[in-house]
Design a protein around this ligand. Structure first.
Ligand code: RNT
Ligand code: ZN
Length: 417
């Protein structure tokens, strides 16, 4: 697209929005400051760099065999740098424990230390990215179907030790980057068939969490993520939404809402204002469930747009954090990243451009037809011109050229792996 065309389209859009009381320049300033926590595991299909045998499993699975997945830390960093060069704004990188720099050492999960992430911290600082973190309890000989809720004390203790160590690593990251590291805890614990001791496992999990969180760590924040069910664990999930919602409310922990972890007709957007009064913060794993928790690339669908709108309407940009969580191995992985990140940004842009003052006025006055009609009008306002201008002013290629650049990177780099 010609620069002049983009500029004049923006000037028109700006005027249209101004007539509705919306300041497009202010919206763009805000958009630039919304970080997306980018999940490191799309780059290599959730493989990681452990020397231990990676067993897969744990209720999650990347499907597809598109060539070019990152095979080592250098390739993964290179792919993340390429991704970041194609998006505007300052973002975060969300690492899993299995992505540590273990070299040729056989480091079991209960032996992991902050030093295994020293290189990551240094690199992240150099490229101006903050880190988030996750403990990893899936894909390990001691995982089975139960980890922190395992009746076998030795196994439970192994995972408690792992998670405690991960919290210390997150704390080191937070201190190093002078910004709290958000550490997510997700475990797959559950069972294929219906158990008769549901409460027993939940009490075990509650006790394990209490032990894990006993150590105060000032530079990290705990987030806990529920799940509906995992593959081969269809009948019972110990860490269900209700369980963690209760746990987070009682213990002031951050709840992670993954858009793939609810019944298909449930709205995660609606949960935000319902939960926010009772928890300190919310972490989001934005994903796209197709029929089930399939971890497809996040796209600009009704759910993503509604979530961004809810956050903006609730004035919760500081307390609700946007992160990505999907792993599609069937397409270009850098492209998958860029689509997801830009989707989140587009959703926030639409939300920031909403003529909210006017809509609220209609609602307060009971002018319900006008509210409905204005919401529908807003959908076809020229937000695309504002988005193009955002790309232009951040020195990014146009949408079409972004696709070309990603294909070029595939030809020159990833296809040769
Ligand atoms: C799994 C959870 C979890 C994982 C990552 C890899 O269903 O969504 O967040 O995707 O920890
Ligand atoms: Zn998730």
């Amino acid at each position: 697209m010609q620069k002049e065309t983009a500029l004049s389209s923006y000037a028109n859009a700006r005027e249209r929005y101004a007539a509705l009381g919306v300041d497009t320049d202010a919206a763009l300033d805000m958009l630039r400051n919304i970080p997306v926590s980018i999940h490191c595991w799309q780059a290599d299909d959730v493989t990681g760099f452990e020397r231990l045998e990676n067993l897969g499993g744990g209720g999650i699975q990347a499907t597809g065999n598109h060539p070019g997945k990152a095979r080592n830390i250098d390739e993964l960093r290179m792919d993340i740098e390429k991704t970041l060069s194609l998006v505007a704004g300052t973002h975060r990188l969300n690492l899993h424990e299995i992505y540590g720099e273990f070299g040729s050492e056989l480091i079991d999960r209960d032996q992991v230390e902050p030093r295994h992430f020293g290189g990551w911290m240094q690199w992240a600082k150099e490229i101006g990215v903050k880190l988030d973190f996750n403990s990893t309890s899936f894909g390990h000989a001691k995982s089975g179907s139960l980890t922190l809720a395992n009746p076998d004390k030795a196994i439970r203790d192994f995972w408690i030790e792992h998670t405690r160590r991960c919290r210390r690593i997150a704390d080191e990251m937070g201190r190093f980057q002078n910004d709290p590291c958000l550490m997510n805890l997700w475990i797959h614990d559950g069972s294929k068939d219906a158990p008769v001791n549901r409460q027993f496992y939940r009490l075990l999990l509650q006790r394990s969490l209490d032990e894990i969180f006993a150590e105060p760590l000032p530079c990290m924040k705990d987030c806990i993520e529920s799940k509906l069910f995992g593959i081969a664990l269809e009948s019972f999930t110990v860490g269900s939404h209700d369980f963690y919602l209760g746990y987070c409310v009682r213990n002031s922990k951050i709840i992670t809402l993954d858009t793939g972890h609810f019944h298909p007709t449930e709205s995660v957007a609606d949960k935000i204002s319902a939960i926010l009064p009772f928890v300190p913060e919310i972490m989001l794993h934005l994903s796209r469930p197709v029929r089930w928790d399939s971890d497809h690339v996040t796209i600009l669908n009704d759910e993503t747009a509604a979530i961004a709108a809810e956050i903006v309407r609730a004035d919760a940009l500081r307390t609700v954090h946007a992160g990505l969580d999907y792993f599609d191995a069937s397409i270009n992985r850098i492209g998958a990243y860029v689509v997801g990140i830009q989707t989140v940004q587009k959703a926030f842009l639409q939300a920031l451009l909403e003529p909210i003052a006017r809509l609220r006025e209609y609602e307060a006055q009971g002018r319900l037809y006008e509210r409905l009609a204005m919401l529908e009008e807003a959908k076809s306002l020229p937000w695309g011109a504002v988005w193009d201008y955002f790309r232009l002013t951040n020195n990014l290629p146009s949408g079409e050229d972004t696709i070309k650049e990603i294909m070029q990177y595939e030809q020159q780099v990833t296809s040769k792996r």
